[in-house]
Design a protein around this ligand. Structure first.
Ligand code: HEC
Length: 126
C-alpha cells in the first residue's frame, strides 16, 4: 500500500515536470501572435488568412502561388525584391508603416525588440 502511494506521488511529479518542459522558446512564443493567420509548415495554407511563412527569410516578397496579395504588397515586391532579414524585421515591427495599405493591417506590429529578435531566429529555422 505504501508502495502504491509512493508510485502515485512519483507519477504526479513526473507529469508536472513534463508540462514544465513544454514551455516554448521565446521565438515560438512570439509566433503565437502570427499563427492565427500564418503557418510555418511547408505547404500549409488551408483556412489561413495570410500566406505560408515557411522559409520566409530571404524568400521573394509576395511569392506564394495562388495567394491574393494586396496591390500594396505586390508593388512593394517589385520595389524591394526579397525579404532580407533587416527588411523583414522592420515589417514585423510596423507592417502598416513599411507597406502602407497592406492587407496585414489587422496586426499592429511587434514593437518589443527582444521578442522580435527571437521571432526572427524562429522564422530563420523554419
Ligand atoms: C490578422 C491576420 C494576420 C496576423 C495576425 C499576421 N499576419 Fe502576416 N499577413 C497577413 C496577410 C493578410 C498578409 C498578406 C498581406 C498583403 O497582401 O498585403 C500577410 C503577409 C505577411 C508577410 C509577407 C509574406 C510574403 O509572402 O511575402 C509576412 C512576412 C508576414 N505576414 C509575417 C507575419 C508575422 C511574422 C506575424 C506575427 C508577428 C504576422 N504576419 C501576423 C495576415 C496576418
Amino acid at each position: 500500500m505504501r508502495f502504491a502511494i509512493t508510485a502515485a506521488a512519483l507519477l504526479v511529479s513526473a507529469v508536472a515536470d513534463g508540462s514544465a518542459q513544454e514551455v516554448r522558446d521565446p521565438g515560438e512564443r512570439a509566433f503565437l501572435q502570427c499563427y492565427s493567420c500564418h503557418s510555418v509548415q511547408a505547404g500549409e495554407t488551408k483556412g489561413l488568412q495570410g500566406p505560408n511563412l515557411s522559409g520566409i527569410v530571404g524568400r521573394p516578397i509576395a511569392a506564394q502561388p495562388g495567394f491574393k496579395y494586396s496591390p500594396a504588397m505586390r508593388a512593394f515586391a517589385k520595389e524591394q525584391g526579397f525579404w532580407s532579414p533587416a527588411l523583414l524585421d522592420r515589417f514585423i515591427a510596423e507592417p502598416e508603416h513599411v507597406v502602407p495599405g497592406t492587407a496585414m493591417s489587422g496586426y499592429p506590429g511587434l514593437a518589443d525588440n527582444h521578442a522580435r529578435k527571437a521571432l526572427m531566429e524562429f522564422l530563420k529555422s523554419h
